[in-house]
Ligand binder design. Structure first.
Ligand SMILES: Cc1cc2nc3c(=O)[nH]c(=O)nc-3n(C[C@H](O)[C@H](O)[C@H](O)COP(=O)(O)OP(=O)(O)OC[C@H]3O[C@@H](n4cnc5c(N)ncnc54)[C@H](O)[C@@H]3O)c2cc1C
Length: 286
């Protein structure tokens, strides 16, 4: 089958679906392809909690909000409770239905430019011609395993956290997590709760603070950028660096306070300020 459209959105995660809703409500012609919420379904562990609060809904028209979804489907949930991965996937599926977004659930196998338009070939053999293409394929393709670290590890004895989602598979095992931010700490809590024998977390920096991230200052900046897209580019290099650092520090120097009690348990050991991998050698050879 061959389809023709003005805008082709490749990727049906939160951002692809949010853009689809925007185009749909303004009656623009578009097609969206990809497996809905696949990254969240397949590459995040069951039981994971989000750092984002309910203000991070995806509807550009502010109609189908996370609060609205939760009040109907989880009426006993407290406003201060973190959102779970399962609730967020439920919200996005509900949002897709409410906004009436029809996703073609196939991967794009190849994308070519032809004269003034693009031609995409889907995994099922269908083709789509489009004047504009939006890539919303997320960051699953950017998972990085440093070569110097891999050289130390026996094959088939390691996983990237993107793939380490079945925590029950680690029951009774000793696990070393390398990295010391939210994802590593939450993985450690989930592993210990799923019955891992012992979990070590090794990281180069000091232990982050267990403190709620404050993103309240970000919204006004986003508004400024929406009003004036060159706002950030027009700042001086020092001002840009200041914002970059502030954003980095908010996300990286703090981990969520609801993790603290789950981390402070005898099956989990923290190893801050590890500049090389002596701990790794010791654990592998034990
Ligand atoms: C452990 C963890 C916790 C996180 N917690 C939060 C959080 O609390 N709050 C938050 O906002 N973000 C969080 N994130 C980040 C989150 O992943 C992104 O915010 C969000 O998923 C980005 O959405 P996206 O639509 O860009 O991409 P994704 O959700 O990655 O979706 C990508 C889509 O592209 C599709 N796709 C890929 N390749 C192709 C192809 N060739 N053809 C067609 N389709 C394709 C996939 O099927 C999928 O539908 C977390 C990430 C991780 C790993």
């Amino acid at each position: 089958m061959h389809l023709s459209t003005t805008t082709l959105i490749i990727g049906a995660g939160p951002f692809g679906l949010g853009l689809a809703a925007y185009l749909q409500s303004r009656r623009h012609d578009y097609q969206i392809v990809g497996k809905p919420m696949e990254f969240w379904e397949r590459h995040m562990p069951e039981g994971m909690l989000l750092r984002s609060n309910t203000n991070w809904y995806i509807d550009p028209d502010h109609q189908w909000t996370i609060d609205r979804f939760l009040s109907v489907h989880y009426p006993s949930r407290l406003p201060t409770d973190p959102i779970s991965r399962e609730q967020y996937i439920g919200y996005m599926n509900w949002f897709r239905q409410q906004a009436d977004i029809n996703v073609t659930p196939h991967y794009v196998r190849q994308l070519r430019q032809e004269d003034q338009s693009f031609k995409a070939e889907l995994a099922n053999g269908d083709t789509v011609s489009a004047q504009h293409v939006v890539l919303a394929t997320g960051f699953q393709y950017f998972a990085h395993l440093p070569a110097n670290l891999l050289a130390l590890l026996p094959t088939e004895r390691y996983q990237h956290t993107c793939d380490a989602v079945d925590m029950a598979a680690y029951r009774g095992q000793r696990v070393l997590l390398i990295g010391g931010r939210q994802s590593a700490f939450e993985s450690a809590a989930l592993l210990a709760e799923a019955g891992a024998r012992h979990v070590h977390i090794s990281y180069r920096h000091e232990t982050p603070r267990f403190e709620e991230a404050d993103w309240s200052w970000v919204d006004p900046i986003v508004e400024r950028m929406a009003d004036c897209p060159s706002w950030f580019r027009d700042l001086s290099a020092e001002e840009q660096e200041e914002y970059r650092y502030k954003l980095w520090a908010e996300g990286r120097l703090k981990v969520e306070p609801w993790l603290e009690n789950r981390i402070r348990r005898s099956e989990i050991s923290l190893h801050p300020v590890q500049k090389s991998y002596p701990l790794l050698y010791r654990l592998i050879t034990q």
